[in-house]
Design a protein around this ligand. Sequence first.
Ligand code: ZN
Length: 112
Amino acid sequence: MPKASKGRPVLLSDEMQQGKQAQQEQCTSCAAGTLSRDRVSTALWRGDDLVVIEDIPALVCTRCGERYFEDETAMALDLMRAGKGAEGSPARTLSVPVYAYAPQGRGREEQT
Ligand SMILES: [Zn+2]
């Protein structure tokens, strides 16, 4: 099963079908927050290209910010990662700064 980039897909539909209120889902990451519906964006790599998908329906923990996608959404994102549904002209383009990894807190060994 393909893994969602951020947040594990969570099975919500079963519980909704059982008539449970979906609004008060508990966060399984911090076990303290509740999840509220929100729209999020995520970035994913397609080969060498970084693609940003925005306006994704998600459940976001009100406490730790962990994001959960419903199965349907996670599948759609996987398809978009594979290039389906994200062809043609993008809604907009961003220019993204790229940095080389630079560990902090330890002085670089300088040559003197
Ligand atoms: Zn949480």
